[in-house]
Design a protein around this ligand. Sequence first.
Ligand SMILES: Nc1ncnc2c1ncn2[C@@H]1O[C@H](COP(=O)(O)OP(=O)(O)OP(=O)(O)O)[C@@H](O)[C@H]1O
Length: 599
Amino acid sequence: MSWGIREVITHHHVLMAYFSRPQSSAAVRIAHPTDHDDRSKSPQKRDSPQRQCRNILIYGSCRFQDKGCIYYHPPTNTIPSNVAIPESPAPPSLSAQAVNAPVFVPKSALDAVSTTSPTQSLSFTPSASPAPYFPSQEVEYDDTISSFGSFYPTTQPTFVHQPLNYHLYTNPIPDTFSPSHFISDNLREDLQKRSDLTHTIPSTPYQLPEELQGYHSLAPLEPIGPERRKLVSWCSTVYRATNMNDGATYVLRRIENFRLSHRAAFGAIESWSRIIHPNIIRVREAFTTRAFSDNSLVVCYDYHPNSQSLYELYFNPKSPGFLHGQLLGSMGHIPEATLWSYIIQIAGAVRAAHDAGLALRMIDPTKILLTGKNRLRINSCGIVDVLLYDTPQDITIIQQEDLALLGRLLIALCCNSLAALSALPKALDTMGRIYSEEIKTLALYLISKPSPIKTITQVIELIGTDRFLREMNEMQIANDRLETELGSELENGRLVRLLCKFGFINERPEFDRDPRWSETGDRYIIKLFRDYVFHQVDENRNPVVNLTHVLTCLNKLDCGTDERIMLVSRDEQSCLVVSYKEVKACVESAFSDLCRSSR
Ligand SMILES: Nc1ncnc2c1ncn2[C@@H]1O[C@H](COP(=O)(O)OP(=O)(O)OP(=O)(O)O)[C@@H](O)[C@H]1O
């Protein structure tokens, strides 16, 4: 048992008689003081001289109390001094990293705790962080001038930066995104699918090497059918595999029956591996292998689970997005705004490659993956550079080809047909009917003969600043949305780990040859706290099932606030007043004991 807690219990042996009824109002006031809220909500008390001074509410004291402040200053001993709790010992460091949640120490608490005095710790607002976190140089709020100060900018109070309240849930701005305490179903499903696909294996049996240059758990990403398209003139197969060093999942594209003539051919892979771009699937490394019982070239890429190629999405009539050969949704064609977004993203990828003296060569619907909502990435970069190392081409020419490929892709996307290009006038007619003139102009520019050459910079100018700005706005809105989603999940991970700790400690039948370990010492406080959080009953002894109460308590425990609560034994014969900080120290100490012995 820690010194701090023993002290608390001693106090409460003294206090027991006073607090013998857990429902006593004094006890409730300590556990959940709502006086301030009630008062501030009550309109008739608004202008009363008996209104409590805000300095007391905010700082616990008022410098102007005896210097003319007209507001009410409650006696300083409202909360009995004998419940003041000594500093609990620092939480012991935990060793079992795999099961351990790092101890959460709010930065502001660390910064401020040394500069404060323990006497400031009285607080009436359970949600506000208690005074010990306040920097000593705080500016006080003078209530005597506050009522008219706002009319005169010079006398406006300076607001103190309060320490963050790590245990509060805050709803997002309602008009912007729908408020929710949990991640939206769509995003959850999407992320879940990605995670799922990283682990599933195809049901059809396959024979693959157990291990390949540091990769294991190889699984084909698609069944190998009778009709195989070729990459240049080679067949390729794509596998998902796990890297032994970092445990991450990658994609290995294998070129079958390819014999590398010069090691220098890997120079292109080295250049590509340096390109980190949001619209290019990252190239990691390449090697040759005989593990497939042939000479194979393997290039490793980042894995983007649950992605779909543009071919699957827009050109394969057998895909789920089609009905009777017609693309479903949006009147059977891609919305213009989506098309511009695709153009901008691909242009960005082209720009990055060309700036690095490379060419994408892969602006092909089967090699452009949609890895998220409207998010494109060019796949398989660098591989053709290795395959065609022996037949070098002028980089300027293949960069011009990139632009032509973009133009062809654009026309095909506009017409939902890969064959559209073979009847260009009809294709242009279709484009003119559905899309703006600018799309047609851009497509014609991209497929036209270069004179003398076209550059990606000219293409970007043709797209225009307005469209880039619109794209940037959309991206920022999407980012805001994700941040909101992240906010709703902010504390969940920590709380689960906290609950795991409770699970390890509570009701443990025996530890350290002590069958009463989980019922005694610090663990007794943890047990009572668990009852306080989960086993409360109403006046009719019906369970109080209130998730907000649970989340609030656990968050306060997670950051170890100084707020005190009253824990009552099950027989209601004794009670303890402890701070979350102390309960936190008990949990850390008990859990670290368990971890030490689990090694
Ligand atoms: N880096 C990657 N991350 C996630 N999935 C990928 C990745 N690379 C390829 N895939 C998936 O693997 C499958 C096969 O890719 P591949 O490039 O071979 O496409 P394909 O349409 O079969 O083209 P090809 O006929 O040229 O093989 C596709 O379903 C693709 O979505």
